[in-house]
Design a protein around this ligand. Structure first.
Ligand code: PRP
Ligand code: URA
Length: 209
């Protein structure tokens, strides 16, 4: 699918199966989300530019690659996106963070904003929006709209599970934003939950209902 990277690494698929299982504990669900977050972060950063710097090893001088340019921004959509954040920061500890508070109104399915705080210079940085679920894409589209209003120009979207409907809508709304996902499921049910999916990611992460 154009603009979509499916991360079908066996470790990711194995861990995702464990997460989908409705008997998985809250603790287990959170731990698995963290572990998959590390693997997805590895993929979404695969093509970051590097530059050669001069260093001295104990034996010789050399020119060796390091990440180039400004630090990344990770932008979790609250609440569930926070489940990926520590994993991403484990791999990229110097990244900045933009918190985007949105919840999906259960009746209208519209994304309702309740918090937004981003670095002032998002315009100069690669921003990776993170959220486990891409269902109708209302939340992802709203989050990217907010970041663009702040000046962000270079954006990626990282999720765990995506519905084909959500991918289509996000690609139409923001065609330049590439998507990384661990799975593309069958579709949405009457309540716009992803099927077979894993249920409500935020509730399963935090033990709420
Ligand atoms: C979930 C999920 C996404 C959104 C996806 O959040 O984490 O943000 O739904 O659905 P969409 O693509 O149809 O917008 P939710 O609104 O349940 O909030 P929560 O993370 O606080 O539980
Ligand atoms: N949000 C979730 O947490 N799960 C879904 O299946 C859809 C939206």
């Amino acid at each position: 699918m154009d603009g979509v990277t499916l991360v079908d690494h066996p470790l990711v698929q194995h861990k995702l199966t464990l997460m989908r299982d409705k008997t998985r504990s809250t603790k287990g669900f959170r731990q698995l989300l963290h572990e998959i977050g590390i693997l997805l972060c590895y993929e979404v950063t695969r093509d970051l530019p590097t530059e050669l710097v001069d260093i001295e090893t104990p034996l010789a001088t050399m020119r060796s690659p390091m990440l180039a340019g400004k630090k990344l921004v990770f932008a979790p959509i609250l609440r569930a996106g926070v489940g990926f954040l520590d994993a991403m920061l484990d791999l990229v500890p110097s990244a900045r963070v933009a918190h985007i508070g949105l919840y999906r109104d259960p009746d209208t399915l519209e994304a309702v904003e309740y918090y937004f705080k981003a670095p002032t210079d998002v315009a100069d940085r690669l921003v990776v929006v993170i959220d486990p679920m891409l269902a109708t894409a209302n939340s992802a589209i709203a989050a990217i709209d907010l970041l663009k209003q702040r000046g962000a120009r270079d954006l990626r979207f990282l999720c765990l599970l995506a519905a084909p409907e959500g991918i289509d809508r996000l690609r139409k709304a923001h065609p330049e934003v590439r998507i990384w996902t661990a799975a593309i499921d069958e579709g949405l049910n009457d309540h716009s939950y992803i099927v077979p999916g894993l249920g409500d990611a935020g509730d399963r992460m935090y033990g709420t209902r």
